[in-house]
Design a protein around this ligand. Structure first.
Ligand code: PLP
Length: 468
């Protein structure tokens, strides 16, 4: 929603943004700020885009341009920008008790209330939560927790976690090791020991020639092959994102996850669902594992739990695991800000808002199916080989030859070219190679989906013109 009369926040943002020119912001940024996942030489040449304020599903930059944020910040602003209830929850909690820790047998009401609420909205096997500040820390916690679990059961040799190439599980040493991003492994000597990867269930890259359903079973059997290769008695857990996000919104065939569950059950291996992106409604259920039909033992979350308003993450722990943890002494692990009162108060307000707005049903029954329907127009575009979507996350694969599904040469960087057109035309879309991806706020209306799809089509036209 653009506003005729600026709110106090908008007026403040405008005066702060105008306190320097865009060029001055960019120079100071380039001089002092090391950004995540950024080529700093390129950034210094071009200058960062300075984002100054947001409302609903829109952002504004320091030049006053309005931008439709089809990535929800970074897959996180599920309830949209400008939710006053979340601001109020943070303010009240900061006034009442801005911080106290949860170590050494102390606790705080907001952390307890959130733990209780998470046990209510997550699948029934989950009865406890371990709080972290991010998804990466959540996945580090998973590695330590599953090893501690098996050691407590007298099976310390069960140390291996299996994950997937092109999966993303964060940027800490263990998170990046679990992830299957070769560029991340190349820097810093990763993965850490006892983490192994299998191929991802990406039909477009690895499955053409098989039906999607047959390929789903083939890809799941890569897990069984790996378990047998390593020795089932050494394998502690398998971790995966229900839908791979950062790898390019890769929606697995419907046969994949049920077969993965069967294999984990067969060998007694813990199943971990990384719900950092898929959690809190994005796939049309509260959690992606519910959409995919699995029953994980552990579940990592972050992002959507607070809609990104403040940092918070954690691990949901099923009774299978929590009973063992509870009866085997101290788990030597934790963070100063585990259960941070302000973050927990905001998360509780955010989850209550999702409930009050009936947002999960809105995604499942209304806006998710409508987006899928409108994406058919995108699929028909001559530059597009495949569109995949799962409720409010989608990928648009750009191809050189639509009939043969033939890709462009990577050095043409067609995805980046398309992304630049999006950026220049008021739309944030991300490029993963030549796969354009979106994960818009869940609060979108149908008119806003139309606006987004029209912008996507326009930017595809501009990209096609430039390539001809
Ligand atoms: N897991 C998944 C599936 C993610 O997408 C991400 C971040 O994008 C992470 C973990 C890491 O979360 P964070 O960046 O909060 O550490």
């Amino acid at each position: 929603m653009s506003q005729l009369t600026p709110t106090p926040a908008a007026a403040y943002a405008a005066s702060r943004a105008q306190s320097r020119s865009t060029r001055q912001w960019q120079q100071a940024d380039s001089a002092h700020f090391l950004h995540p996942f950024t080529d700093h030489a390129a950034l210094a040449r071009k200058g960062a885009r300075i984002i100054t304020r947001a409302e609903g599903i829109y952002l504004w930059d320091s030049e006053g341009h309005k931008i439709l944020d089809a990535m929800s910040g970074l897959w996180c602003v599920n309830t949209g920008y400008g939710q006053q209830g979340l601001v109020d929850a943070a303010t009240r909690q900061m006034q009442e008790l801005p911080f106290y820790n949860a170590f050494f047998q102390t606790s705080t009401p907001p952390a307890i209330e959130l733990a209780e609420l998470l046990a209510e909205v997550t699948p029934p096997q989950f009865d406890k939560v371990f709080f972290t500040c991010s998804g990466s820390e959540g996945n580090d916690t998973v590695v330590r927790m599953v090893r501690h679990y098996w050691a407590s059961l007298g099976q310390p040799q069960r140390r291996i976690l299996i994950s997937r190439h092109n999966g993303y599980h964060g940027s800490t040493m263990a998170g990046a090791s679990l992830g299957g991003m070769s560029g991340m492994h190349a820097q810093g000597g990763l993965p850490i020991p006892d983490i192994h990867h299998i191929q991802q269930p990406h039909w477009f890259e690895h499955g053409q020639g098989q039906s999607r359903e047959d390929f789903g079973l083939t890809a799941a059997h890569w897990l069984e092959d790996k378990i047998l290769e390593l020795g089932p008695e050494r394998v502690a857990a398998f971790i995966g994102e229900p839908v791979q996000g950062a790898g390019g919104v890769i929606v697995p065939p419907s046969t994949y996850w049920p077969e993965i569950q069967r294999i984990c059950d067969k060998y007694g291996i813990l199943l971990v669902s990384d719900e950092v992106i898929c959690g809190f409604g994005r796939t049309g259920q509260w959690f992606g594992c519910e959409t995919m039909g699995t029953r994980p033992d552990l579940m990592t979350f972050a992002k959507g739990v607070t809609s990104g308003y403040v940092p918070l993450g954690g691990v949901m722990v099923s009774q299978r695991v929590s009973d063992v943890l509870a009866s085997h002494g101290e788990f030597n692990h934790g963070f100063t800000y585990s259960g941070h009162p302000v973050a927990c108060a905001v998360a509780t307000a955010n989850i209550r808002l999702i409930q009050q707005m009936n947002l999960v049903a809105h995604v499942r029954q209304n806006i998710g199916p409508y987006l899928a329907q409108r994406l058919q127009d995108v699929a028909a575009h001559p530059l597009v080989g495949e569109v995949q979507s799962c409720a409010m996350m989608a990928a648009v694969q750009l191809v050189q030859d639509k009939a043969k599904l033939q890709c462009f040469k990577p050095e043409l960087e067609v995805g980046m070219l398309c992304r630049a057109h999006c950026f220049g035309n008021g739309l944030i879309m991300r490029a993963v190679g030549d796969r354009m991806i979106i994960a818009p706020p869940l609060v979108m209306s149908r008119a806003q989906v139309d606006e987004m799809v029209n912008l996507i089509l326009h930017c595809l036209d501009l990209s096609l013109q430039e390539l001809q």
